[in-house]
Design a protein around this ligand. Sequence first.
Ligand code: PMP
Length: 429
Amino acid sequence: MVDLSVFETLESEVRSYCRDWPTVFNRASGSRMWDTDGVAYVDFFAGAGALNYGHNFPALTDALVEYLRDDGIIHSLDMSTVAKERFLQVFDEKILRPRGLNYKVQFPGPTGTNSVEAALKLARKVKGREQIVSFTNAFHGMTLGSLAVTGNAMKRRGAGVPLSHTTSLPYCNFLEEGSSIGLLEALLSDGGSGLDQPAAVIVETVQGEGGINVASWNWLRRLSELCAENDILLIVDDVQMGCGRTGTFFSFERAGIQPDIVCLSKSISGFGLPMALTLMKPELDVWNPGEHNGTFRGNNAAFVTAAVTLDQFWSDNSFEGEIEEKGSLVSRSLASIAGRHPDLGVDTRGRGMAVGLVFDDPRLSSAVCKEAFSSGLLVESAGPAGEVVKLMPALTIDNDDLLEGLTILANCVDRVAEFESAHPMMRAK
Ligand code: PMP
């Protein structure tokens, strides 16, 4: 039996994931985690998108250990270091140039919300306007600027101060297909709409925390066009859906758009080390030196693993093919689970390796996640009521682990369905 008393006594009530997975984790490798009792778990959570290449990918561990052994520099604020130089060169060579993208790279603080704060601040400075348009069910982070463009009411209440200078509009499919983009267009074109001219629109191409809501390519293209027509900057928050999660390095590539600003974090280090980037078109780089700074902007250990990751996985497009294959296996498997349980009110949606099993009744998704943990599978729920079982396995997961996790999940849904049919009254509560 694991002993959780030190966490329950000393750690703040704010802790959350550990409540869903009440054990003490000890080791991890690839798509497996083990607790102190030696129980193995298949990891379909992957650090909420921070572990796209799994745990402790050997080439990354080796590079990091070698760097540490050689007395490589760990902390350097934004000084120029060999590790940063190498990362910038590889990022340009493997990611930006092959995609015809021309961005300057800002290193904000090391987390996703740091990248979003930098993006919002920069957009407001460039345009000299306050207003930012965001979307329903968006998630952009927990600091005040990011929270102001986040949809979730519970998270917003935590701010304790008014969250202002932002307008939330319907995301693709929040209303009827296509109508939300028409609404934005109407608001922008009518001087009586009451919408102050925005500096920027911030969007996720697939909303991860919001419940795997997928924006269509067409909707994203129209959004990009509307921004350009109205002198508004387009910020794509690729913190969770970037680094290959949806099938391409950047999640917006197949829409054929080039956002003005891009936020990246989570899996950019490849190893789960804190690191974030804010990419901006060169003409937007109007920062004065030091105008936006911070102590932890140069995580050299992360630069080392990031450079190896880009080299290893993104030198050609074979990895994209692998993601597509695995993603369609996951989607097919979820569709078959949903098809077996027509009475359960369950559907699927997703893009690439970000896939959701969507329940009408959030109690069921919660029961499935709980059952999954008891059966050795880590999956989390997402969406405004937690109604989506969200699958984000490592992109490098091998077929055995993937199939094992999917089988566990299918069995869990079967057991929840059995329980439901035996206790029909429970569902109405
Ligand atoms: N943007 C998106 C799209 C995210 O999913 C997240 C984290 N879930 C963030 C921003 C915030 O990142 P962090 O938790 O590292 O601050």
